[in-house]
Every structure is written in C-alpha cells, then in structure tokens.
Design a protein around this ligand. Structure first.
Ligand code: 5RP
Length: 262
C-alpha cells in the first residue's frame, strides 16, 4: 500500500488500530434529521470520543471548523431522498478533486446489493475506487442499507461485505448480526459496525457493539444511538471504552450510568 493511502487509513484509527467513526451524513437523504438540525452543535460535546467524522461536503463546509478538525470521511454518494422513488438509486455526488481539496482522509459510498440498483451502485463503487486509488484515498463501502436491511443475517451481510471488498473498498461498514464472525472472516478488509435506528435502552447497544468487536470488527460507525440519545456524552464515552479500552457491555453500561449521573 502506498504511503498516502496508508497514512490516511491510519489517521482514521487510534494507535490500537481500532476506530470510532461518527456519522452525521443522514441529512443527505433525510433532510434535517432530529437532533442533527445543527450538526456543528450536535457534535461539539461528543467529538472528542471519535476518531473520524462521516459527513457530506455541504455540512463539512458549512458546519465543521477546519482548524483542529478530526479526520473526515466524505460521503460522496447520494442523489435520492426519503420522499423520492427508491433510495437505492444512488449516483456519485462529489468529484474526487473536491475531496482532495477538502483534504479528506477517506470517502464513503453506499451499495445496495439485492436491490434493483445493485449493478449501478456497485459500478459506482468501482469507479470511485479507481479514482481514489490515483490519489491514495481509501474508500469505505456502506452496505445493506434501505429496504435490503430487512435481510439482516450473516449470509446476506457477509455477501455484501465480500463483494464490496472485492471491488476495492478499503473498509466496509455493515450491520451487526448473529454469527458476526462469519461476516468478518469472509471479508478481506476491515469491517466496521453500523448503528441503525435508536434503541430504547442502552445495554443492547453496548452488547451488540461488544459482540461485534469480539467477532472481528475493527470499530463502529454509529450515529443516532449516540447523538439522538438524551445523554449523548455518556453514550459516546461508554462506546469509546468498548472500542479502545476493551470494556465489556456491563462495564460500558457502568461508564454510561456514571457519566450520566456525574
Ligand atoms: C446511512 C449511513 C449513516 O452513516 C448510517 O445510517 C449511520 O448512522 P446510524 O448509526 O444513525 O444508523 O451511512 O446510509
């Protein structure tokens, strides 16, 4: 791997090789998502617990201070919305030249495997990888989103991750499932765990993240379960402990309660 690619990838992770990505890209198809109306304000108290931010160029330029920023993974796919025909019908929204101008550490793109737009979104990934390899920019593939999320098992998620890696993604983001080790073991590049809609209680979040880490994930990319929570700092701190301090789910829960009450 060339120096620039390696340098960018390592900047997205702690010195332990683990990572906690903070996605705030939801507005690209959902509009002003609850608690993300002002993304710059949302991340202020929690950003210290993250290794990188995942966002679009619009939010980056409008809401994130370029001085002292965390490394950025730029969301470069889109073109659809929650009120449109099919969320899977995505294209590339951002030129690599602009990603380079923004000095990003990586770019992210969704692929919709099993949807009507499987071929289109996988070819988007291939094209993006070709362009990013020129500049040493790692591509994170976001798998199993939209309607296809209903098929959340190791066979389907493993297939998605493997295909994304085969096309050239350097990191793959996917959902946790039972037998998550089957997903990570069949994927030749690092896997990060996605979050999904907000859970009602905290412990199940800590449990699936801990299980995913034990089964080969290198970190997580989890948004709403942190910043839509009424105690976002306590959530961020607890999850950070699972990722970077080998905390168990119960230890994370204690950290959550201690921070919330303290
Ligand atoms: C949407 C995304 C988001 O980054 C993803 O949904 C992560 O956030 P959350 O944990 O809130 O689901 O890639 O396609």
């Amino acid at each position: 791997m060339d120096w620039g690619m390696k340098n960018r990838l390592s900047s997205l992770m702690g010195t332990d090789g683990k990572c906690m990505f903070m996605p705030i890209d939801h507005g690209y198809f959902l509009g002003p998502t609850s608690k993300l109306e002002k993304p710059g304000e949302t991340i202020k108290p929690i950003i210290e617990y993250c290794d990188a931010l995942f966002c679009t160029r619009g939010v980056l330029r409008a809401a994130i201070d370029p001085v002292g920023s965390k490394p950025i993974i730029l969301r470069v796919s889109g073109g659809t919305s929650i009120v449109g025909g099919d969320l899977a019908n995505e294209g590339l929204t951002t030129a690599i030249k602009d990603a380079v101008r923004l000095n990003v550490a990586g770019v992210g793109i969704s692929v919709f495997i099993g949807s009507d737009y499987e071929r289109q979104t996988l070819l988007n990934l291939g094209k993006l990888v070709d362009e990013c390899e020129e500049y040493g920019i790692p591509v994170m593939a976001v798998t199993a989103v939209g309607k296809e999320l209903e098929k959340r098992d190791a066979k389907y998620l493993g297939l998605c991750c493997r295909i994304a890696a085969e096309i050239g993604a350097k990191v793959v983001k996917t959902y946790w499932c039972e037998d998550f080790d089957k997903v990570t073991e069949g994927c030749p590049v690092p896997v990060v765990i996605a979050g999904g809609p907000k859970f009602d209680t905290e412990l199940p979040v800590f449990e699936f993240v801990h299980d995913g880490m034990q089964k080969g994930a290198i970190g997580l990319n989890l948004g709403r379960n942190i910043w839509q929570h009424e105690h976002p700092v306590a959530m961020a701190k607890a999850l950070h402990a699972i990722i970077h301090k080998n905390a168990t789910a119960n230890e994370a829960n204690d950290i959550f309660n201690g921070t919330k009450n303290g």
